[in-house]
Write a protein that binds this ligand. Sequence first.
Ligand SMILES: *[C@@H]1O[C@H](CO)[C@@H](O)[C@H](O)[C@H]1NC(C)=O
Length: 729
Amino acid sequence: MGGKGKGPLFETAVGRGRRWYTLYAISVLIGLCLIWLYRATNIPEVGEKGRWAWMGMLAAEICFGFYWFITQSLRWHPVYHQTFKNRLFQRHGNDLPPVDIFVCTADPTIEPPIMVMNTVLSVMAYDYPEEKINVYVSDDGASKFTFYALLEAADFAKHWIPFCKRFNVEPRSPSAYFSSPDLNGLSYASELNCIKEMYNMMEDRIKNAIEFDHVPSNTIKQHKGFSEWNSQTAPGNHQSILQILIDGRDQSATDVEGNMLPTLVYLSREKRPQYLHNFKAGALNALIRVSSEISNSPVILNVDCDMYSNSSESVRNAMCFFLDEERGHQIGYVQFPQNFNNLDKDNIYGDYISVIDEVELPGLGDCMYLGTGCFHRRESLCGRKYSKDCRMLTYMWSQGKMRDAGENTRIIEERAKGLANCTYDQNTGWGKDIGIKYGCIVEDVVTGWSIQMNGWKSIYFNPQRKGFLGISPTTLAQLLVQHKRWSEGLFQTFLSKYCPFLYGYGKIELRLQMAYATYMLWAPMSLPTLYYAIVPSLCLLKGIPLFPRVSSTWFLVFAYVIISTHIYSLGEALCCGESLGSWWNMQRMRLMRRICSYFFGLIDTMMQTLGLGRSNFDISAKVADHEALERLEKGFMEFGSSPMFSILAAIAMLNLFSLVASVIMVVVRQGFIVREQMVLQFLLCGVLVLLNLPIYEGMFLRKDNGKLPAYLAFESSVVAALVCLFSLY
Ligand SMILES: *[C@@H]1O[C@H](CO)[C@@H](O)[C@H](O)[C@H]1NC(C)=O
């Protein structure tokens, strides 16, 4: 090894411009303190109008200030990693550790088998020695169509993998590749047409099978796996189904060019109504056990079934971290960012993704485990604590248990199957100290957190060409529900024994504890935001001033804090490649998420803590209909339906009424606003109305199917009018 390709396999750089940032942050902090001082010293006397509203403002501003303070942990010390794949090659050639890739799917209607198959093919075709790749699909829907699609994939892979490698095709998900725009005039057009034809025929066969609820009978005859399904098989009640579709160690399993193939395994773990199945965490733990019996690779990658690999280099990139001679043995996992391929360019749903990806996650130094697109060292996932004598990965796998090549596939299947039974992890450490944690909605974050607590380092790696592309929600309702679930799960974690400040106290840097807390406190932050969205507008209507007058010095403090923080966030978004419009959409969505998702997340958490409710897991649908996509492309929000919209619409109407009323008052009773104390309140109300424009549009102007439900316009107007009247008298 010595001397070949000198230098580390990866390098870490610290972001620049920190000094300027520190100055800016200190100035904002001073501004915040002054605002608190102003609030505290100007509370209206007992009996004066607006005393309570004022105190509420003080409380809200303390919350905002505190939250701003902890978010600084995400911007304090950004680090960026770079890998050297050529050094990896010089040192190890193709003598690399094997990797187990887990793909989880839960419901064949929400996650169509064709999508799952494409994801599977994209990870089978990594630029990595074929015999070192082992793909495991966990199908919690126990769907024979998913199984059938994988059988087809196993066949198609024999053509697809050599095609990808010969022509260096990217991305390696067939459907994504065939739909990429620049496929004309390639030198291998005839091969391309041939394989495309083959793919289309396969897709048709699968579509037909699903449509007519009938798998071709000669396929059923050819593969004994189908005998596992009978009329009693239901997603929640069936025995373990485990089939090794391609056994990579079998010398006769080769592609059309005679190269070896990756191993492909289908697993649907046993489910019985009387046993908890622990959702995705349970599925992943079953995969960890089953894979340990079949390939037992030292590195595990897990991806959601809707996230295909967009870069064939990801495994080699990850290995650069794990195999680094100096630091590799400390690394517990390497997380890639989650990216989406269906975002419109104006980012109408204001996903913060790019800012989170480019600024916040690198700023963490370490990284959260985000549940998909993450390479784990098997040991760290299995609950082992890091210690000085944790070995290099290369050493481990050459010493590790390697399955006897001659062993019969069916015998291994039988042995591994038992590990997927639902009684297997009852009363064991699984879900507590071993594997993915049970009993939390955000099991991934908690699992990553405890891996860090076990002393492992984590890496956030964000290469230029994104490693994984998924599908983000296509309607506002889906998006809000998704965020509600996250905020709820994260806040529950905050209240549990995993609270960063308690669990991490003394074991992990305060900065990282704070960083986790910024996400875990999403839910309670809904309260000050709601307050700010409602009370100042109502007070505007009543003529109660809540902000300093324009001519006072205090006004400058407010102006500085508001303007500087917004300019900073705008600059940050522009640096991440967002447009002005997209930043504006981000502001709107932040408001909506806080007053809907996080608020309901908070309520549900409270209900549960008091023992009144149960959390529900709703998977967000991954496919959208054609018309909806067209409307999205034109820049119209697709609302969908959700009870959460009531509060959104009511607040929007309330602000509209306040604004209109105060404008009328200015005109009728000149000088009302000119009492200059109202300027900030008026502006705040105006900005809220501007942010809510799509809601008014969705209620009153749009006629298409993506608009808000009709009753909302009436309901929200009545509610808002009542609140306004009530507050006036
Ligand atoms: C995905 O891969 C394609 C093909 O290599 C590339 O052109 C594209 O930029 C990638 N997408 C992202 C978001 O990186």
